[in-house]
Design a protein around this ligand. Structure first.
Ligand SMILES: Nc1ncnc2c1ncn2[C@@H]1O[C@H](COP(=O)(O)OS(=O)(=O)O)[C@@H](OP(=O)(O)O)[C@H]1O
Ligand SMILES: Nc1ncnc2c1ncn2[C@@H]1O[C@H](COP(=O)(O)OP(=O)(O)O)[C@@H](O)[C@H]1O
Length: 167
């Protein structure tokens, strides 16, 4: 979904950078696992790195599970009001298990891996996210479109920025 949002923003001439497991957990956070303590440190470092990107004027898309409310709050506190947008990428466990793009749920059910979010590790539902997108209901394009709409509505994407592009 972050990739789709990036694609739609790129088409509008907006520069973004995605932080996700591929570039963070394989590099900067390669020493961290999935205990509550390690997930907290994962999010703390991601928040600090995001802040550096934001200082440089880049819109950052962070695609992490971030299952604990306290960790989301910690990240939020690093930014100005309105500078942090929490998007609850909502989906039933049933649909997540049907998708299972990496076979993670299957492995969790077989007991091959431990501490898997939704199965053997908790997921605290966001209490007041800026956006709650039910991906079981909307297509990928529609879900990403809702993020773009929110950015326009909040004037984070300004009309002047978009005047040469189709909204
Ligand atoms: N035990 C366990 N629990 C949850 N996730 C696991 C686990 N082991 C590996 N993975 C893969 O790691 C990615 C999630 O990492 P995150 O950094 O987003 O997690 S967290 O925010 O620290 O909770 C996520 O990868 P992406 O799908 O690329 O995001 C998972 O597939
Ligand atoms: N509205 C939607 N938003 C996001 N993913 C969706 C949506 N509808 C279907 N999917 C599918 O769900 C899967 C999610 O996989 P992926 O993005 O790799 O998961 P993760 O969020 O764990 O990184 C993909 O196969 C994607 O095409």
């Amino acid at each position: 979904m972050a990739n789709e949002v990036e694609k739609q923003l790129y088409a509008k001439g907006i520069r973004t950078y995605i932080l996700d497991g591929d570039n963070i957990r394989l590099g900067l956070n390669s020493n961290l696992g999935f205990s509550a303590e390690d997930r907290k440190e994962n999010i703390r470092r991601i928040g600090e790195v995001s802040k550096l990107f934001v200082d440089a004027g880049v819109l950052v898309l962070t695609a992490f599970i971030c299952p604990y409310e306290a960790d989301r709050q910690m990240a939020r506190n690093l930014f100005t009001v309105g500078g942090f947008i929490e998007i609850y990428v909502n989906c039933s466990l049933e649909i997540c298990e049907q998708r299972d793009p990496k076979g993670l749920y299957k492995k969790a059910r077989n007991g091959e891996i431990k501490e898997v979010t939704g199965i053997t590790a908790p997921y605290e539902v966001p209490s007041s996210p800026e956006l709650n997108i039910d991906t079981g209901k909307y297509s990928l394009k529609e879900s990403a479109g809702r993020v773009i709409e929110y950015l326009i509505q909040q004037q984070i994407l300004k009309i002047e920025q978009l005047k040469h592009h189709v909204i």
